[in-house]
Design a protein around this ligand. Sequence first.
Ligand SMILES: C[S@@+](CC[C@H](N)C(=O)[O-])C[C@H]1O[C@@H](n2cnc3c(N)ncnc32)[C@H](O)[C@@H]1O
Length: 309
Amino acid sequence: MEYAHRSIMVSEILEALDVKPDGVYADGTAGGGGHSFAIGSLLGPSGTLICNDRDSDALAACRERLKDLNCNLRLIQGTFSDLAENAGVTFDGVLLDLGVSSYQLDCAERGFSYMQDAPLDMRMNQGDKLTAKNVVNEWPEAELTRIFFEYGEERYSRRVASAIVRERQRRPIETTLELVQIIRSALPPQALKEKQHPAKRVFQAIRIAVNDELEQVRIALDHLVEAMNDGGRIAVLTFHSLEDRIVKSAFARYEHPCTCPPDFPICVCGKKSLGKVLVKGIAPTAEEIAENPRARSTRLRVFERRIES
Ligand SMILES: C[S@@+](CC[C@H](N)C(=O)[O-])C[C@H]1O[C@@H](n2cnc3c(N)ncnc32)[C@H](O)[C@@H]1O
């Protein structure tokens, strides 16, 4: 299948990263290379672009897309939580465009979609062990309830988890559409009439669990902020409130890390600010959302590292 994905907020990201032609930039979620191409096009022969993704299909598409760029190019297959260590350099800019690509969603056999029938998979890295089938068939009912509620913000988390457990006692749940049917059967009639697909929240929850998405973001930001050069910027695109909250609070903590009680006359904890929040959760323009509805819930946050000399 052809790798199709429309990159979001490209001009806002280029402005936020303020790309220097000889700088070192990393795209932690390179996908098919849309944002990478835009960044790489601003780099000269002494600039470096590191493209990272956990998905080998994405990296193959990215390599093809970027083959004519004029800068130094490195491709790394790995998680962005390991990017700082795997790259082994310091950065002038890093981009994380969180979540799944349209390619992953649209490629039925990857098992992300509640619209097309496929084996339950949802791994971004097809070499990983844990699949959606493991989660659905093996995780305890209480754990399923928790992830549906926390990661999917599903009001009927208990009912859905209990329907899954009842069904899997009869036979294993194998495919995406079998799961959709079970979710539908567990929801009250009014929930089935909502605009959103009835399986959307539960599928999001399982995907987040399979790929350990939230922990990935927490670890990555803490490592990347330490690997930025003075003035280097981290730009993050988030797609739901859970990940946006993590990015917002991490950036706030990097800017104001002091843990002294507010009534202390001077700081005694010794924690120094790592820099400044530059962009606080802006949304795409109305035109972009009209052209690309998948951009609807996107927010951009940017942090600039400042190193005291
Ligand atoms: C929204 S897409 C990126 C699209 C890309 N920015 C573009 O313009 O073409 C997100 C990509 O991030 C990758 N990804 C998600 N979580 C990751 C992680 N923890 N480590 C590495 N890659 C990850 C996915 O495999 C997917 O290819």
